[in-house]
Design a protein around this ligand. Structure first.
Ligand SMILES: *Cc1c(COP(=O)(O)O)cnc(C)c1O
Length: 504
């Protein structure tokens, strides 16, 4: 009875497998893609940082679900013509917006290798998981955390911060919280961070079920570091009111201006008050790789957990967020969950417990560790540290250019690699004017700064994260701000009207 089916399946004819009919053809196509992509990165400086997406290009991505097969070559041409030219621009040395890493050719190649293995790092006994454990161990050593610390790759620091809140929650309320929910006890828990903390900390409190009201935003000093005395007072006040403080989130590199809290003071306070001390080190934590910057991160080694992104200052291609927890037991207590179909063994493919799925919400997970392993091994931490230090030196150079130019005004002290400034104008027009200048520069393709608000003033914000950024890119940004600023303030353009292209 099963024979006819077997015969039918084994019969020669067009195959249903997704493998190519002709491996030589795909090999040639693959080599072309590889060459093109290497050229793309190697010659990136010659192209605009970013360009506005033409309507007809955007419209191409509102197409019907493809039912019929199409030649890879044709699909690839669509990528080359309509996707690659309209990317964010963070590979480009002129990209200084938000906090974006530039990626590397090494990371790109590692991504291809990882895709070929198609490893699932949720669990089971295979070396890709050992590679991830190797990165956990390296990260532990990098930050001076004790043996027994536990870590995991995640999408980004937003996710790592959420997971840290969940680990701290389980540590505070006990593992029964996972069955019963946060309940009445949970309603009393309060967490603390500064007004300069990233918005994902509040979002984490929301997602964890505490609500953002349970997060106290403590004021900062002129350099955007949390006011530790005010924090202490707020904790005492909350205890007085019958609340249960459980978590303090410090920042190592704030998103607005790159400030780092006094991590030593915060860790001492947390130890004394028996609070979980988490550090959002999204981009700043990797400053430990630079001997010049590391002293500013003193106290990081006392953290109960640290969130960071290898995809920012670490230049690993997106995405490569990471959470490390000092006490691995507490990390597992927050996420491990038995399931019959995930049964562990002492031998065979189901060995090697605990698995990464015991350390976070994800079961299926990609091989983010590989591109990070390639990056750390190929460059070494000394070179990465020097590259990080250089981005700060370039920020210092931009600061010097601003201070020497009467038409520009520095809006915040430069502490790491982020510079906030504006083109001087009457206060009433300044925010609109500087917003227009940033849009003009982005649309010009010369550079890509972003904006932030500092004390009600809109700042042009340049975050030097990309390892490719050089002195000429800083000069180009300054020249563009001055040129567009002059055009805009001469009154020749109304707000919202695009500025004609610049020839520089
Ligand atoms: C980028 C950043 C985040 C968010 O990290 P993602 O990787 O984008 O999720 C959080 N905090 C700070 C300080 C950041 O710079």
């Amino acid at each position: 009875m099963t024979l006819p089916l077997r015969e039918r399946l084994a019969a020669p004819g067009p195959s249903e497998t997704l493998d190519p009919q002709d491996w030589d053809e795909i090999r040639a196509q693959g080599h072309r893609m590889l060459d093109d992509m290497i050229d793309y990165v190697a010659t990136i400086r010659g192209r605009p940082v970013w360009r506005p997406i033409p309507d007809e290009v955007r419209a191409r991505f509102r197409a019907e679900l493809p039912r019929q097969a199409c030649d890879l070559d044709e699909v690839y041409r669509e990528f080359a013509d309509f996707i690659a030219p309209y990317a964010t621009g963070n590979v480009h040395p002129g990209f200084m917006g938000w906090v974006h890493g530039g990626g590397t050719a090494v990371g790109m190649l590692a991504e291809m290798l990882a895709a070929g293995l198609n490893a699932n790092l949720g669990g089971r006994d295979h070396v890709p998981i050992e590679v991830e454990r190797q990165i956990v161990e390296w990260t532990r050593a990098m930050f001076g955390l004790p043996v027994g610390a536990s870590g995991i790759f995640v999408t980004g620091t937003s996710m790592a911060n959420l997971m840290a809140v969940l680990v701290a929650r389980t540590a505070a309320l006990g593992q029964t919280v996972r069955q019963h929910g946060v309940g009445g006890d949970g309603a009393l828990l309060t967490a603390y961070t500064s007004t300069a903390a990233h918005g994902c900390v509040a979002k984490a409190m929301d997602l964890a079920g505490f609500g953002t009201d349970a997060l106290r935003s403590i004021g900062v000093d002129r350099s955007h570091r949390v006011d530790v005395a005010a924090l202490r007072a707020q904790i005492a006040c909350d205890r007085e009111a019958g609340l249960k403080p459980f978590l303090v989130v410090g920042s190592a590199g704030t998103v607005d201006i790159g400030a780092t809290d006094d991590l030593q003071a915060l860790s001492a306070l947390c130890r004394e008050q028996k609070l979980w001390f988490h550090v959002d080190g999204a981009y700043g934590a990797l400053g430990v790789l630079s001997p010049a910057l590391a002293p500013r991160l003193a106290g990081l080694e006392n953290a109960d957990s640290i969130a960071l992104d290898f995809h920012k200052w670490g230049q690993v291609p997106y995405d490569a967020g990471f959470l490390i927890v000092r006490d691995g037991e507490r990390h597992r207590a927050a996420f491990s969950a038995p399931a019959a179909y995930l049964r562990r063994e002492t031998r065979g493919l189901a060995a090697g417990s605990p698995w990464p799925c015991d350390l976070g919400p994800d079961l299926s997970r990609g091989f983010r560790a590989l591109k990070t392993w390639f990056t750390l091994k190929t460059y070494g931490t000394e070179k990465l540290g020097a590259m990080i230090e250089r981005t700060c030196a370039l920020a210092g150079y931009l600061q010097a250019r601003i201070l020497a130019e009467p038409r520009l005004e520095l809006l915040a002290p430069v502490q790491l690699n982020i510079v906030c400034f504006r083109y001087r104008a009457a206060d009433a027009d300044s925010n609109t004017l500087n917003g227009e200048i940033v849009s003009d520069i982005q649309e010009s393709g010369i550079s890509a700064p972003s904006t932030t608000m500092l004390g009600g003033r809109l700042a042009i914000r340049a975050a030097i994260v990309n390892h490719r950024t050089d002195v000429v890119d800083i000069d180009a940004l300054v020249a563009a701000v001055l040129e567009f600023g002059a055009r805009r303030s001469s009154g020749g353009l109304t707000p919202g009207e695009p500025s004609p292209p610049l020839t520089m």
